[in-house]
Design a protein around this ligand. Structure first.
Ligand code: DOR
Ligand code: ZN
Length: 349
C-alpha cells in the first residue's frame, strides 16, 4: 500500500511500459532523464533502420546501457520490430536469452519510422502463433493506415478490423494495446477476459484535440495516435484511476528536435520523460485518486508482464509549483518538454 498524506506519497518505483530513447546524441541526452525516475522501460524499436533481429536488440541495449549515468540501475526492456519477414526462431532465441521482453507491431505507415511494418497480417500469423506458444507479448500500435479512414477513427477501426481478428485467430497471444486514446479501446480492454491490457500515456490523460487545434496549431501536442475528443480523455482518466490491473503507464515519451517538430510536415511525439510523474500526480490528485497512482505507474505493468514490482520506492511531495525546463538541449538540437498547461505542484523528492 502507498504511504500517503495530503502532501506526500511514497510508492514503489515506477516503470515506463512504452518509451522512445532513439539512438546516438539524442539517446545520450534523454536516457538519463528517464532513468532518473523509472526503474525499467519497454524500449521502442522504431530506429532508422528499425531494430528487427535479436542481435540488433542486444546491440541497441548495450548502447542504451552505455548512455546511463555511473551507478544507474535502469533496465531497458528491449523489443523487436515485427516485419513480414521476421524469423520466429530468432525471436524465440532472443526471448529465451533474455534479450527481448516483447515484440512491437506497427501497421506499415502508421507512424514515425513504420515503413517496414506489417501490411498483411496473415503473413505474420506464424510468428504470432510462436509468440503465443512461448508467452512472448505483442505490443500493438493500434491504428489502421487506410487513407480513407478518418484519422480520428483509426484506432476504433483497428480494433474491429485488425485486433479482434488477430486475437480470435491467436487467442493465447498476450497483447498490449499501446497508448490507447479512445473510449472504444478502454471498453474493448475492459470487456476482454484475458491476454489483453493497455498502456495510457501521460499526455493523453491531459490533452484533447482542442488543445492541438483550437486557437492556433500546437505542434508540440501533435502525437500519434492523435488526441481525441474530451469524452475520450475522460474515459482514459477513468481507466487510469480505476485501479484496474489492465491499464498501466506507457509514457510514449517521443523526443524530436524542435526543428523536426516545427515543420510544414512536423513529426509526431510528445516529450514527457522529465515531468511525467509530476503530471500524473496532478491528474490523480485532481481526481481524488492518489491511492491508485501506484497501481498505474508501478504495479499493474509488471504484473501483466509477469515481472516483480520494483523493491525500491519514490516519494512525491506537493508544494510550490515545480519548475521544469521548457526544453532539453541535445547535440541534435533542443527538444521541447511537454507543457501540461497547468502548474505542477507535485514533484519527485
Ligand atoms: O507520437 C508518436 N511518436 N507516436 C508514435 O507512435 C511514434 C512516436 C515516435 O517515434 O516519434
Ligand atoms: Zn511510441
Amino acid at each position: 500500500m502507498p504511504k500517503q498524506s495530503p502532501d506526500r506519497i511514497t510508492i514503489r518505483r515506477p516503470d515506463d511500459w512504452h518509451l522512445h530513447l532513439r539512438d546516438g546524441a539524442m539517446m545520450e541526452a534523454v536516457t538519463p532523464l528517464s532513468a532518473a525516475h523509472f526503474a525499467r522501460a519497454i524500449i521502442m524499436p522504431n530506429l532508422i533502420p528499425p531494430v528487427i533481429t535479436g542481435a540488433q536488440a542486444g546491440a541497441y541495449r548495450d548502447r542504451i546501457l552505455a548512455a546511463l549515468p555511473e551507478g544507474s540501475d535502469f533496465q531497458p526492456l528491449m523489443t523487436c520490430y515485427l516485419t513480414e519477414d521476421t524469423d520466429p526462431d530468432d525471436l524465440a532465441r532472443a526471448y529465451e536469452d533474455n534479450i527481448i521482453t516483447a515484440v512491437k507491431l506497427y501497421p506499415a505507415g502508421a507512424t514515425t519510422n513504420s515503413a517496414s511494418g506489417v501490411s498483411d497480417f496473415d503473413k505474420v500469423r506464424p510468428v504470432l502463433e510462436r509468440m503465443a506458444d512461448i508467452g512472448l507479448p505483442l505490443c500493438v500500435h493500434g491504428e489502421v493506415t487506410d487513407p480513407n479512414i478518418d484519422i480520428f477513427d483509426r484506432e476504433a477501426v483497428f480494433i474491429d478490423k485488425v485486433l479482434k481478428p488477430i486475437r480470435k485467430k491467436v487467442p493465447d497471444l498476450k497483447v498490449i494495446m499501446e497508448h490507447v486514446t479512445t473510449e472504444n479501446a478502454v471498453d474493448y480492454v475492459r470487456d476482454s477476459r484475458s491476454n489483453l491490457a493497455a498502456t495510457i500515456t501521460t499526455h493523453h490523460l491531459i490533452i484533447n484535440r482542442n488543445h492541438i487545434l483550437a486557437g492556433g496549431i500546437k505542434p508540440h501536442y501533435y502525437c500519434l495516435p492523435v488526441a481525441k475528443r474530451e469524452k475520450h480523455r475522460i474515459a482514459l482518466v477513468a481507466a487510469a484511476i480505476s485501479g484496474d490491473k489492465r491499464f498501466f503507464l506507457g509514457t510514449d515519451s517521443a523526443p524530436h528536435t524542435d526543428a523536426n517538430k516545427l515543420l510544414p510536415c512536423g513529426c509526431a511525439g510528445c516529450f514527457t520523460a522529465i515531468n511525467t510523474m509530476s503530471c500524473l500526480a496532478e491528474v490523480f490528485d485532481a481526481a481524488g485518486a492518489m491511492d491508485k497512482l501506484e497501481n498505474f505507474t508501478s504495479l499493474a505493468g509488471p504484473r501483466y508482464y509477469g515481472l516483480a514490482p520494483n523493491e525500491d520506492t519514490i516519494t512525491l511531495i506537493k508544494g510550490e509549483p515545480a519548475i521544469y525546463p521548457d526544453h532539453v538541449d541535445t547535440a541534435d538540437g533542443p527538444v521541447t518538454v511537454f507543457d501540461p498547461g497547468f502548474p505542477l505542484h507535485w514533484r519527485v523528492a
